[in-house]
Design a protein around this ligand. Structure first.
Ligand SMILES: [Ca+2]
Ligand SMILES: [Ca+2]
Ligand SMILES: [Ca+2]
Length: 177
């Protein structure tokens, strides 16, 4: 009986189609997870940026940077009140001030244990506050910049610690406020 010793061409074709189908499903799943994480990080950064502005609107100072010894109740640090969250101590204390007033807490990013931080740097037209995320793969940083800014690592309102190269090297992304 010829043709019964191995796979027939038809059987082989069916197997290949099934493998292709599974591979496609896996890749599609990965791409959905990738996109969901991108959107989550962008949403987190926007929310933190809005929280910083809300804090200023309500209390007339930025968290961390504020220097009112009586506010927020029980706080352990006073900033220099220059309108910028521009020292390491101000940056770390900003979370304490935000938590005790607005209930905003510091979460981790959904990628590589990245951390969100407030800080200040020059965005081309003077120093401004930012929220940053660390441990972000380079290509994800570029995708967020392209989607929410100008796609340029060293221009616009979203900037990166290094140039975009499509790699998975970890970078820090800065979102100007
Ligand atoms: Ca204070
Ligand atoms: Ca300051
Ligand atoms: Ca940019």
């Amino acid at each position: 009986m010829r043709g019964h010793k191995g796979f027939s061409l038809l059987e082989l074709a069916i197997v290949l189609v099934v493998i292709g189908f599974l591979l496609g499903a896996i890749l599609q799943g990965q791409s959905m997870i990738y996109n969901a994480r991108l959107q989550k990080i962008a949403a987190d950064m926007r929310q933190y940026a809005q929280a910083l502005v809300l804090y200023y609107d309500r209390y007339g100072m930025y968290p961390g940077d504020e220097n009112d010894p009586a506010f927020p109740p029980g706080d352990s640090f006073e900033g220099d009140h220059n309108g910028l969250v521009d020292t390491a101590q101000e940056s770390s204390n900003a979370w304490q001030d935000m938590a005790s007033t607005l209930g905003v807490v510091q979460r981790g990013s959904p990628v590589r244990g990245g951390a969100y931080q407030f800080g200040a740097m020059d965005f081309g037209s003077g120093t401004r506050n930012y929220v940053s995320v660390s441990n972000l793969p380079n290509r994800m940083a570029e995708a967020i910049d392209a989607r929410h800014d100008d796609g340029l690592w060293n221009a616009g309102n979203i900037r990166c610690s290094s140039s975009y190269d499509g790699s998975d090297n970890l970078v820090t992304l800065y979102w100007g406020i």
